[in-house]
Design a protein around this ligand. Sequence first.
Ligand SMILES: Nc1ncnc2c1ncn2[C@@H]1O[C@H](COP(=O)(O)OP(=O)(O)OP(=O)(O)O)[C@@H](O)[C@H]1O
Ligand SMILES: [Mg+2]
Length: 317
Amino acid sequence: MKPYDILAIGELNVDLILNRIDGQPEVGKEKFAEDMILTLGSSTAIFAANAAALGAKVGFVGMIGHDSFGDLIRESLRAKGVDTSMLIESDTLSSGATIILNYGEDRAMVTYQGAMATMSFADIDKSVFEQTRHIHISSIFLQPALNADLEKVLAYARSRGVTTSLDAQWDPAEKWEFDYARILPLVSVFLPNEKELMLLTSSATVDEAIEKIKPYVNTAVIKMGNKGSLLVCKEGEAVFLPSFLNREVVDAIGAGDSFNAGCISRFVKGEPLSECQRFGNLMGAINTTAAGGTGAFTDKAKIEAIARNKFNQFITL
Ligand SMILES: Nc1ncnc2c1ncn2[C@@H]1O[C@H](COP(=O)(O)OP(=O)(O)OP(=O)(O)O)[C@@H](O)[C@H]1O
Ligand SMILES: [Mg+2]
């Protein structure tokens, strides 16, 4: 028995969110915000928290600074039931932070990447690969050092009999450098959204992108927003599964990460891929019923109740 079902390897940062600001920021001047929230950021953290809420044993491998933001990140993950003993603390770099200036629907953001940008394969204690059944890697373009070592990490996991999933997420630099022919054969479950898949493969359509990845992919589940998702396996046609449509979306922040948490929490249980896809769709839908990425995932009973009451799905976690 391994102590962890899933180790999440990804970015960690705090979000400092300023609301109700009296005008646009101007160099040399000062503005007031009437409201401020300091909270755990990072989409991989949403994945880890929600996979833990669904009952998986989850640990996090990420790099933070030796500072109070690092303490906040560690405590927030722990409060969500995620094991933080494998977090790496940098002696020289601060924890990452995103400053978000909120203006209604629009927001201006500045991110200091800090420690998360520097974590490489060499920083990761190799014994962690012996302690988990599965490794989930996310947000590679926010972690240049890890991205440079991506093939090494995945190949090492494979050599230890550990299955893997990858959600590359958005590339802020919009370069989309991704050697899918080398990387995808090492990934058990690839989890892009439609747009990212097209950009990662320089394709004009999703169909063209699927043709390109097909020779290399083991399994891909492609997220399609409120339409649902598409399951692509080595053999056979892609299988579209419509969403459990929520017409009263509170917000869709973290829907993709909740989809990943649902899909992978089933995958590590050895469930059929069609069931992993269905559970991903359901958790993506549940995510949209409450504010933020983790609002709907407070405890098992509440998740089961939302599945039953809003989507007529009877699940037991
Ligand atoms: N309005 C909705 N109703 C029901 N399900 C939804 C809705 N919006 C999203 N989903 C579900 O959530 C999944 C993931 O959403 P999406 O495609 O937006 O992922 P993403 O682009 O990776 O998101 P993120 O911005 O969180 O990274 C979808 O595949 C779908 O199953
Ligand atoms: Mg996403």
